[in-house]
Structures are given as C-alpha cells and as structure tokens.
Design a protein around this ligand. Structure first.
Ligand SMILES: *Cc1c(COP(=O)(O)O)cnc(C)c1O
Length: 386
C-alpha cells in the first residue's frame, strides 16, 4: 500500500469531520515526522501541542513498554503503584494551593470535570469565559467555547454561559456576580488565534473571583507543560487558579487529561468518575514525560528557542505578515491573507503547521526542536510568503 491507498481508506471509512492535508504520517522522532514515502517534515504541530518532549522520546517509549508488560488497565476503585506516583509528581509540579487531581483521558473531559466541580463547590449556576476561547467539544466544554460554529448546531447547550472580551477588565467586572460559579480562561488562547491574556487582566480576574465568591479556572491544556517558557503559563504573572485544567502534552503523546483542585474545594464519593482515567499505561507515560520536561529544562528551552525563532523571523521582514504573537514556543503569525494556502505551501516546503482561526498560522513545535530545524521553518515561511 502507498500514501494514496491509506488516504483512500480514511476518506472512505472515517466521518468527514476534518479538513485533511494530503500527507500520510507513519513515523516520528524528536521534532521530525516522516510520511509513507520517507519524506521528512519539521513538525510545528506536535500533534496539536501534545508532543512537547518530542515524538517517540526513548524514555516515554521505554516507560510505556515496561508498563504494558506489567499492567495496562486498573480501575480507580483499586490503588495502583504507577498512578500513585504520577499523582504525587503532578501535584508537586503544580502551584502549592492545588493539592489534589482528577485524572481523565482528554482535554474536554478535564474541562467537564472542572465545570461540574465548580457548580458543586459554589452551588451557583453560571460561568464566564472569553470570546475567541476554546475549551473542547463535549456539551459542557462547547458551551464554554465562544466560536458560534462550534456551538450553534448543537443547541440547546448547557445553560448559564456568558462570554467577555479578553483583556477588557470592565467587561469581567460587569459579568461576574453572586450567581457566577467560575471564570474560565486560557492564559494564552490557542485555537482562537494565539491571543495572550495580559498580567493585569489575570490579576483582576483573580481579585474579582475572590471578592465575589467565584472560582477561577485556568484552561492550560495547550499552554501547560513548558510550552510558553514556564512550566505553566500562569507562572508568567503569578496568578494561581482554584482549578487548573491540563491535557495535551501531559503524557508525552498518550491520551490523558487532569483537573487539579485547590484544597478547599470539596468533592465526595460518587460525584464524578471515569473508566479509563488514571490507567497505568497513561500514568507511566506521564511520569516519564514530566521527568523529561524537568531534567531537560524544557521550559527554559522553549523560552530561548522561541526568542531565537522570533529574531530570525523578524529579520525576514515578511510584508504579508501583520503581527507575530508569541510566548515561548507558542507562536501565532497573523497574516494579511488567509492562512490555509500558506499552510499548504509550508507543507510543500517540508514544514507542518496549524491554523488558529482564518488568518493565523500557529506554530507549536516539540520543545526539543533544534536551531537548524527552526532555521528550516524560517526558510519555508520565507518561500511561502515571499
Ligand atoms: C485542545 C484543547 C481542548 C480540548 O482538548 P481535547 O483533548 O481535544 O478534548 C480544550 N482547551 C484547550 C485550550 C485546548 O487547546
């Protein structure tokens, strides 16, 4: 079978939910991906911000292999050696006030849990989230998501959601009241265009939540695990949430989500649960991934590689670029034109990248990407945008 055969099978048997690129990826290593013909690509998607430690990191591969031979599944009614160690590592990695975690299998699930726990704790019905935000595709997560095309076909959704413009403190002042269970924010909006929440805004959100008895939830599904140059993006402004939502890069590519709660938020037996969440296979992968992030200092590496990339990119003075927004290795290149044709041109030039809205090219490379590989990305952008 060749590329075209695999593509025909997917086109025939999968639901047509995605805008597909004409490439069949069969192998990955570090920041590189390879197609069925052996052609090499510099990967600036990292599985949509998942492969922060690089594709098939040998220590993640070894951890999965070892665990798979011992125990793959184990429900949460039993204790498990690997899960117990991951829970400790995860909580100790997060800010001190977040003392316990719920483990699940995806970002949307981790958001659902956060919404449920917030209503449970406060006894209040409503949520405030940001315009251009994205929180996932389940009914609760999509209710928190601003973009209409994600929501409108599925109404009626979960009631009680309201959206405010990012970085407009007065809108938050007006929206948060005694019926607000939580304010839900991404420190940097990913899907919405790489829009960075400023420190002043996040500080104000923290103060308003404290004054009015609402919880502050940070969706760090995309910004977490060293992506923005800190282990978590909220560390850029020292604003600590009551609930921290994680997924994507948490387990080195294996599906996992986590919802971390402050000590004062009480949840009791039977309030929530999952079959697969906290399974030993994912926990083993996450333990290895978090170890790698710490030992290889991927936070510092994202900060310095991101700065290097931006310097190189700005030196090109690309006239079709309107704005570059960046925190660490989370990069949004806003164009004066549509992003899709530019993404196709990048692919032709051996670079895989993502859109974030209609006009933004988003780069989320593995954080282990090397400077010569970043040079290749700059060269491909030059060719695609000259
Ligand atoms: C990807 C993403 C989600 C949804 O995660 P899934 O694993 O796709 O359900 C939610 N919030 C943010 C910020 C994301 O980037």
């Amino acid at each position: 079978m060749n590329d075209a055969d695999y593509q025909a099978l997917e086109d025939r048997y999968a639901l047509p939910l995605y805008s597909k690129r004409g490439v069949t990826i069969v192998r990955g290593s570090g920041a590189l991906l390879f197609d069925a013909q052996g052609r090499e690509y510099v990967d600036c998607t990292a599985g949509i911000g998942v492969a922060n430690v690089g594709h098939c990191h040998p220590r993640v591969v070894a951890a999965i292999s070892e665990q798979a031979q011992r125990l793959i599944t184990c429900p949460n009614v039993f204790y498990n050696d690997t899960r117990s160690r991951l829970l400790q590592t995860l909580v100790q990695t997060a800010p001190g006030i977040l003392t316990r975690a719920f483990l699940c299998n995806s970002g949307a699930e981790a958001i659902e849990a956060a919404l449920k726990f917030a209503r449970l704790h406060t006894g209040r019905p409503n949520f405030v989230s940001a315009m251009r935000g994205f929180h996932g595709r389940t009914m609760g997560a999509v209710s928190a998501t601003f973009t209409k095309k994600y929501r409108a076909p599925f109404e009626p959704l979960v009631p009680g959601f309201q959206y405010v413009a990012l970085n407009k403190i007065e809108q938050l002042e007006a929206a948060v009241d005694e019926h607000t269970a939580a304010v839900l924010l991404e420190p940097v909006q990913g899907e919405g265009g790489v829009n960075i929440a400023n420190a002043e805004y996040l500080v104000a959100a923290r103060r308003l939540c404290d004054e009015r008895g609402a919880l502050l939830i940070f969706d760090e599904i995309q910004t977490g695990f060293c992506r923005t140059g800190k282990f978590f993006a909220h560390q850029h402004c020292n604003v600590v949430p009551d609930i921290l939502v994680l997924a994507k890069a948490i387990a080195g590519g294996v599906p996992m989500g986590a919802t971390l709660l402050a000590e004062n938020i009480t949840v009791s037996e039977g309030h929530h649960g999952t079959t697969f969440g906290g399974n030993p296979l994912a926990c083993a992968a996450a333990l290895a991934a978090i170890d790698i992030m710490r030992e290889e200092k991927l936070d510092e590496r994202a900060a310095s590689s991101g700065a290097y990339f931006e310097r190189r990119l700005q030196a090109e003075k690309l006239a079709r670029v309107r704005d570059v927004r960046r925190l660490g290795l989370m990069v949004g290149i806003e164009l004066k034109e549509k992003a899709q044709p530019v993404l196709s041109a990048l692919l032709e030039n051996g670079v895989l990248a993502l859109p974030a809205g209609a006009t933004v090219v988003r780069l989320l490379p593995p954080l282990v990407i090397e400077e010569p590989q970043l040079d290749r990305v700059v060269a491909a952008l030059h060719t695609a945008l000259q």
